[in-house]
Design a protein around this ligand. Sequence first.
Ligand code: ATP
Ligand code: MG
Length: 407
Amino acid sequence: MSFEAPKGTHDVLPRECPGWRRVIDEAERLCNAYGYRRIVTPTFEETELFARSSGEASDIVSKEMYSFDDRGGRSLTLRPEGTAQVCRAYVEHGLQREPQPVKTWMVAPMFRYARPQRGRFREFWQLSVEAIGCDDPAIDAELIALQAAWLKALGIETTLLLNSIGDRACRPAYLERLEAWLDEHSSELDAEARHKHETSPLRVFDTKNPALATLLEGAPTIGDALCAECSEHFEAVRRYLDACGVAYMLAPRLVRGLDYYTRTAFEFVAPGLGAQDTVSAGGRYDYLVETIGGPPTPAVGFASGIERVVLSAEQDETASELGIDIFFICEPGAPRERVLALMVSLRAGGRSCETDYAGRSLKGQLTQAQRLGAKLTVIAAAGGVTLRRHGQLDESVSYERLEEELG
Ligand code: ATP
Ligand code: MG
């Protein structure tokens, strides 16, 4: 009998971890620099939280959630995204009483039952960054600048697509126009679009069908229907992005997949990833907090797929694993206990050490030391040790001297 990782999941093997670490370390560094603080939320939540916040017609709620009843009969769902959770925590812990905006970030696994492909998994990791309790367009620009800085630091070339999708004041009238247009063209719509027309018409634009996308080029766009407040807000976001040197392309048909989004919507697209080319996406969600029972609270955030970022950063991967400090080779008759004890105290002091646990020959151990990039190789024999440093003459010392020198 043999086992494989469940369909749509993946392992990150030790040799792949430096690439992952670089992506996540860089995110942490920039989130700190931008004043975002880490938050950790549970892996699962009440199903209703996601159903309420994402909307019944969203991809996530309609077909992608991993939901189950626990032994107490509660319906729980493995988190498909992080924003609703952070907002739940904001309301539950009364974070509106703290200085606003509350700025958070997390890197965590997400779960969606989707068809696995390159860059699309059933368990995947996301960086999610939120700024809750603030409608200043400068914070939209800040979040976008943070992503741009992160992707740039990783050497990933992206295009930023930007749009505004209006709010409660202007969207209803626009939706009437859109629905009238969709009625006129209903025979040309695909099944998915016809369904969205019934449930959440703005999302017809969120399509992966090229023929439909071409058809929709003739549809009215929300950008032409924004109210004065939304237009002003959007203009300010653009002004601040210009000031920060962040380039963008206006994308009048860009919408977000979830119901709670308002105003600013954006996506960072990386060519070369194929069909799954969106590495980071987000926007403003001014109605989410009240939708889940909190006070009216404007907010904005984004989420990035770590796997996709790692995939696109790969070509630029220059960070190799740094070598270890010391490799201990034990010749036959060497006092292994003494060597192991010395390694314990060196490691406690922060020095990285390795030795052989595979019964290698002297030659094999030398090769292993080289493979690990050891800065110093200590060859331990019965009566004393030899120190070997790259490009230097060997040096013989006693065990007492060795402990003094290294300890
Ligand atoms: P898509 O249109 O690709 O399904 P989405 O609109 O569902 O994306 P979001 O909910 O906005 O995606 O998630 C933000 C980011 O998380 C995406 O831009 C992508 O980088 C990543 N992501 C989303 N779903 C997956 C998945 N199944 N596997 C890997 N990464 C994903
Ligand atoms: Mg999706």
